[in-house]
Every structure is written in structure tokens, then in C-alpha cells.
Design a protein around this ligand. Structure first.
Ligand SMILES: CC(=O)N[C@H]1[C@@H](OP(=O)(O)OP(=O)(O)OC[C@H]2O[C@@H](n3ccc(=O)[nH]c3=O)[C@H](O)[C@@H]2O)O[C@H](CO)[C@@H](O)[C@@H]1O[C@H](C)C(=O)N[C@@H](C)C(=O)N[C@H](CCC(=O)O)C(=O)O
Ligand SMILES: Nc1ncnc2c1ncn2[C@@H]1O[C@H](COP(=O)(O)OP(=O)(O)OP(=O)(O)O)[C@@H](O)[C@H]1O
Length: 484
């Protein structure tokens, strides 16, 4: 619950309050004994005790009128829609949403130790490592919000629409985790979360910055790399303790921003190095003088694991819990490996930008000297720059047999997307748009254990996004197993 006067105080303290407009009359001090027992940003989910946030690029006055028909009595917005109910007008609706939600749900962050991961790649994987470690050290009281899966009781999982939910949803989920008796929360924080103030006013106990490379640049995401990187760096300023990868591009600016903050750096330019890297184990020096067992292939996954280890140590996990948590971690759709009857391996991985694909190809090339077949596509209506990145990369990877296929084409034609990738590759490239057919065909061509098939991009997604909706698709790992 939140009272009107508490709400106004929060907005004024944040210098975000214009006025309340009631029957055309403007008020700065409006003293009425009114309270709200529900918050909503969806006009379809309101009642007479709801505080409604009218926001968003596609918001229309008709939505608000529909809500009034359902009994809505108050709304908050950056715009005066000149309707019959009182309007609270603010400068920044997203800031208002986050601060009001925190108060409404009674500051759930104060009851949870929160570990946040950002970075272009590895957020979900590192979150799973951390979840498994903290499960052991918190005695099964760890919630998690990730792109892949969300759990608020540590047991039941569901998929949330966004990597980092809207603030109203985020604080509601945190409150539910607290009420379920959780003591820890592991979450992914996307650059969009900062751009759109979904975590405004929230301080994390530990923030981890995994890496940065150009991605998420496009009409609905970030206009430039600078904007993307700046948004991600806000995690540094909103975490009490920061773990950061010293090998990442532009690390110097990160170090400058962190000069007055407790930190742990990892990577070759730091005190926490991976001294030996093998397929199923790696050794480190520094904070941990240990050899870690790990199921996930690839040195980048060992870096994700080390980042999670350093973060969990700061949250009090023992070295034993860290070693065990990492050893038992697998992540759906991330580096899943299947074996065909002829011995060839099929790799299913969520690599869907240039950097991850390059890493994935290196891992597979290190293990297979025969023919390597790659099933790849690029999504429609987002991350358009990936098409060129893939094309350039594959032009340099001449020995890889590429089959371009559909990967969430959305409102675009997947044939055109494939052509756009292919135009950067100076050799004939096959295209089989039906993804199951492409996988089946590639798997039918392997001969022995020196060959491999890589199915990149969709990971564990059991759908294709077509025309804005989820179309039926079994999932790469299911299809791979069907044709073993
Ligand atoms: C930029 C941004 O934050 N966009 C999100 C935001 O959109 P928005 O505020 O502009 O709202 P909108 O979708 O234009 O809709 C208008 C409003 O009308 C309301 N509405 C709508 C219909 C109706 O009948 N009544 C009504 O009130 C809606 O609830 C909404 O509040 O709020 C919407 C939910 O209210 C989200 O669906 C939307 O996510 C967009 C589409 C999205 O998918 N963004 C991606 C890029 C994103 O954020 N991705 C990152 C991960 C990136 C990574 O992989 O690293 C993430 O954190 O998920
Ligand atoms: N540290 C890393 N560096 C480079 N690539 C990585 C790293 N970790 C994982 N990857 C690659 O990126 C893919 C996605 O990994 P993951 O889901 O953990 O990242 P994410 O940051 O959550 O991704 P997204 O933001 O796209 O959801 C993996 O399947 C793997 O190919």
C-alpha cells in the first residue's frame, strides 16, 4: 500500500514532481487521505484503488479512458491527458515507477543480498554459476532473475518477458522472493535496464561487469556503442562491491570509475588469473589458489565461473561451496554437447553475436579436425549489426561449412536476412530456411568423431519469433537429439 502524501513526498524528494491536476485545477500541496493498494502500467489490469502509470512509446489516451471505465481514479504520467480523473504529472515516469514501487513493496532489497551481472556476454551463464554456489551457502534460499529462467522460491521456474523486468514487476518479484524466505537474489542487469530506469535507485551488494563488445545497437535499443557502454557502466556506480574483467576492451575507463570503490579484478591484467585452462577444469591464482572442475567448455565459461566465484566469496560463500557450485553447473542451451552414433559431436549454444560465435568456433575447432558444419541465422528487427559481424567472421573461417537458416525472423523475411549475412562471405553459402531441415541435413553429413555440427543462436528457445508472435519450434537441443 502507498498513501498519496507518501507518494508525493517521494516524487518531490527526487525533484520529479510537477503538480496534481484535479478538475482542471493545479495543486502543489494536495492533502487528501487517499491510498493505493495496487500499482499498474497496464490499463487492462486496474481497479478503483490502483495507481496507474501511463507510460511508453505506444501508449494511447484510449488505454487511459478504458481504465477509467474500469473504475480507475488516479493516474501518474509525464503528459496531461486531460481526462476526468486527477493526474499526477512528473518529469520522468520511469524514475517515479521505480521509487514508488520500492516504497509500495516496502523496500524488499533491504531483506536480500543482491548480486547483479552485466556484460555483453555471459550474464545468464555466470548467474547460473552464482545461483548454484549460493544455493549451497544460503541453504537453498536463493532467488534468480535471468533471461533464461526466473525463480522466486529457488524451486519453481518461469520465463519472464524481459531480462531485467520493468521496475513495478521487479520490486514485486523481489518482495515475493523476500516473502518466500529467500535471503539472496542473483539477477541480470541489461543495458536497457539502465537506459529505461528499471533499476533506478537500487543499490546492489555486488555488481559484476563481465565484458563489453558492440551489440544491441539499433532502432529500439541503443543509438551508439557509446550509449550502450555508458548504460552498462551505471552498474559500477550502483554496486557496493564490484567484480570486473581486467581483459575487457576499454577496461581503463572502468578502472578510473572504480578508483574509490572496493573491487576484485580478474583476468590476465589482474591479481586473479586463470593459470591453466583444460576442457573440464581450470586453475587460478590470487584469491583462489585452486583447480576448479567445470562442465561447460570454453575458456570464456571459465572466466564467467571465476567472476561468479569472486562475487559469491564477497557474499560470504566458502571455497568448498564455490568449488562444488561451479562443478555442478550446466545451463540450458549454453554449450550443450550431444554425440551422434558415428561419434560426431553436436554443439547447441546460444552464441548469437560475432564475439560469442568466434569463441564458440574456437572451442569446436580445438576439438574437431574434420568437417565442421554451422547452422546460423540472425534475428529480424533487432541487433541488425550482427549480420555484418557474422558475415565478416565467416569469411575468415573458410573451412567451416555454413548453412544459413531462420532464427527469429519476426517481421522480416528470413531469406533476406540470410542474403544480408551471405553478402559479406566470398564463397558459396547454403541456405535452408527451415531450421529443423537445416539441422537434419548437417547431421546427415558427419562421418566420424572428427566431425562436428554447431547449432548456434537459439540455445534452449523452444519457439521461433515470426510476425511478432511465438511460432511452433521444438528447440535446437530437442531436434539435435532426434537425429543423433
Ligand atoms: C525500451 C523499453 O524499455 N521497452 C519496454 C517498455 O516499453 P514502453 O515503456 O515503451 O511501452 P510500450 O511497449 O510502448 O507500451 C506502452 C504502454 O502501454 C501499456 N498498454 C498497452 C496496451 C493496453 O491495452 N493498455 C496499456 O496500458 C503497456 O503496458 C505499456 O506500458 O515496456 C514494455 C512493457 O511495458 C516492454 O515490452 C518494452 O520492451 C521492449 C519491447 C523490449 O523488448 N526491449 C528489449 C530491447 C530489452 O529491454 N531487452 C533487454 C535485454 C537485452 C539483452 O539481451 O542484453 C531486457 O532487459 O530484456
Ligand atoms: N564471457 C563470455 N565471452 C564471450 N562469449 C560468451 C561468454 N559467456 C558466454 N558466451 C557466449 O554467449 C552465449 C550467451 O551466453 P549467456 O546467455 O550466458 O550470455 P548473456 O549475456 O546472458 O546473453 P544475452 O544478453 O544475449 O541474453 C553463450 O551461449 C556463449 O556462446
Amino acid at each position: 500500500m502507498i498513501k498519496l502524501d507518501e507518494l508525493i513526498k517521494i516524487l518531490k524528494d527526487d525533484e520529479n514532481f510537477h503538480e496534481i491536476i484535479v478538475d482542471g485545477c493545479y495543486h502543489y500541496d494536495y492533502k487528501k487521505n487517499i491510498s493505493f493498494n495496487k500499482l499498474s502500467y497496464d490499463s487492462r489490469i486496474v481497479d478503483e484503488n490502483t495507481l496507474f502509470f501511463a507510460k511508453g512509446l505506444n501508449f494511447r489516451k484510449e488505454f487511459l479512458e478504458g481504465a477509467i471505465n474500469k473504475g480507475l481514479k488516479f493516474y501518474i504520467s509525464e503528459i496531461d491527458y486531460e481526462v476526468e480523473i486527477p493526474a499526477i504529472i512528473v518529469s520522468n515516469i520511469k524514475h517515479a515507477m521505480s521509487l514508488v514501487a520500492q516504497k509500495f513493496y516496502d523496500y524488499p532489497q533491504n531483506s536480500l543480498k543482491i548480486l547483479a551481472f552485466t556484460g555483453t556476454k555471459g550474464k545468464t551463464t555466470a548467474a547460473y554459476f552464482a545461483k548454484n554456489i549460493l544455493e549451497l551457502s544460503s541453504k537453498q534460499k536463493t532467488a534468480m532473475l535471468s533471461t533464461m529462467n526466473t525463480t522466486l522460491d529457488g524451486v519453481n521456474y518461469f520465463k519472464s518477458a524481459l531480462t531485467t523486468p520493468e521496475s513495478l514487476d521487479l520490486f514485486q518479484m523481489m518482495a515475493q522472493a523476500r516473502d518466500n524466505g529467500m535471503t539472496h537474489l542473483v539477477m541480470e542487469v541489461s543495458s536497457q535496464a539502465y537506459k529505461t530506469a528499471r533499476v533506478y535507485g537500487l543499490t546492489f551488494d555486488v555488481g559484476v561487469f563481465l565484458n563489453i563488445s558492440p551489440d544491441h545497437i539499433g532502432p529500439i535499443e541503443h543509438p551508439t556503442f557509446e550509449d550502450y557502454f555508458y548504460c552498462k557502466r551505471q552498474l559500477l556506480h550502483n554496486s557496493k562491491f564490484v567484480v570486473a574483467n581486467s581483459d575487457m576492451d576499454q577496461f581503463s575507463v572502468i578502472k578510473e570509475e572504480l578508483k574509490n570503490k572496493p573491487t576484485a579484478f580478474y583476468g590476465d591484467n589482474s591479481e586473479n588469473k586463470i593459470t591453466e585452462s583444460n576442457p573440464f577444469n581450470f586453475s587460478t591464482n590470487g584469491t583462489f589458489n585452486e583447480t576448479f572442475s567445470i562442465e561447460l567448455l570454453g575458456k570464456f565459461n571459465q572466466e564467467n565461473a571465476l567472476a561468479a566465484a569472486l562475487a559469491c566469496k564477497e557474499l560470504g560463500a566458502s571455497t568448498d561451496d564455490i568449488l562444488n557450485g561451479i562443478a555442478q553447473t550446466t545451463v540450458p542451451g549454453r554449450m550443450e554437447v550431444f554425440k551422434q552414433a558415428n561419434g560426431a559431436r553436436v554443439y547447441v549454444d546460444y552464441a548469437h553475436n560475432g564475439v560469442s560465435l568466434a569463441n564458440l568456433l574456437n572451442v569446436v575447432k580445438g576439438a574437431h579436425k574434420g568437417n565442421i558444419y554451422l547452422i546460423l541465422g540472425a534475428p529480424g528487427n533487432k541487433g541488425e549489426s550482427r549480420r555484418e559481424d557474422f558475415g565478416h567472421l565467416l569469411n575468415d573461417e573458410k573451412e567451416i561449412h555454413v548453412i544459413l537458416s531462420a532464427d527469429d525472423p519476426n517481421f522480416e523475411n528470413p531469406v533476406d536476412i540470410a542474403k544480408q549475412i551471405a553478402q559479406f562471405i566470398e564463397r558459396p553459402i547454403e541456405t535452408i530456411i527451415d531450421r529443423e531441415e537445416a539441422i537434419k541435413e548437417a547431421m546427415s553429413r558427419t562421418l566420424s568423431d572428427s566431425d562436428a555440427v554447431i547449432i548456434a543462436g537459439k540455445g534452449a528457445d523452444a519457439y521461433q519469433i515470426v510476425d511478432g508472435a511465438h511460432a511452433e519450434y521444438a528447440g535446437d537441443h530437442i531436434i539435435a537429439q532426434k537425429y543423433l
